[in-house]
Design a protein. Sequence first.
Length: 304
Amino acid sequence: MQATPSSVWIGDEATVTGTVTDRDRQPVSGVAVELAASSGSMQTAKAITDGNGRFSVRFTAPSIAGEATITASLTAHPSVTGLVKVAVNERSDGGNPDGGTPVTPPAKPDEPNENPDKPDVPPTGRDFADIAGHWAQASIVEAEKKGIITGYPDGSFRPDRTVTRAEFAVMLVKALKLQKEASNLSFKDADRIGQWARTAVAQAVSMGLIQGDGSDNFRPDAPLTRSEMAVMLARALKLAPEAVSAGFADDRDIPAWAVGAAAELKKLGIMQGKGGNGFFPKDVTTRAETVAVLLRMLAAMEKE
C-alpha cells in the first residue's frame, strides 16, 4: 500500500492505493477490501480490486495535525492486512508538507476563519480555478461573495470533495452570521476539533444547532450525511418537524430522528430528492451540495 502524497495539510486529500495478490504474487481481481483510518475519513469503507488486483481510495486528512494510519484488510480474510501512514501537517507557515519549495500564503486561509463573523479579508467574489462548467459554479461564486466559503492556496475550491461535520459547522455559522458568544465544548472528543473550527462549533452548540452523538462525541472529521444536514438546517430555520413520512421513495431508510426535518426541507425546496425521488439519507455531502443547500436556506429565511 502507498499514499500519494504521503504528507498532506490538514483537511487535504491523499490517494491510497494497493494491490492484492495471491501466494504466487498474481493479482486478484474482484476482491473486497475493508478500509479504516485512525483519524480523518475515507472516501468509502470498502473497495473492490480491478482487473489488475488494484484498488484506489481517497483519504481526507483530519482537522488536527499528527500521523494517520490507514489500514486495509480483505473482507473474506480479515487477518490479511496492510497499512500505510500519512503525515498530517498544520498550516502554520505556508510551507510545502512534502518538503518542497514553500509557497506564498494566500490572502485568505484555506481553513475556515476561527472567527467567522469577522473575516480578516473581505470576500472578493473571485473565480476558483476548478469550478468552470460545474453545475454549482454560480452558487459557489455567490457563497464566496457572502463570506460563507473560502478556497485553497492553489486557487481551487474542490467542489466534489466531501464535507466533514466540523467544516459544515463553520459554513453554517458563517451563513447565519451568528453573534452568540461561544460556550465551552463538553464533547468527549473536543480535543479533536481543530482550532479553526472550535469557535464555530461552540457557537452552533450554544444555539442548539448541533449536538453530539449517542456517545457524547462530536466526530469532527466524520463526513456529514444528508440526514445530519437536514436536522441541522431544520434547527437553523427554527422548524418544528412532526411528519412521520417525508414523501421520498426511500422513506424507510431515513432515521426516525431525521424524517420530520427531511419532510419540512422538501416542502421548502431546500433539500430535494436525488435519483428516483430518493433522499439517500446516509449519503455524504460534497462542498458544492453544501453551498447550494445553504443558499436555499438563506433564501427561505428572507421570505419569512
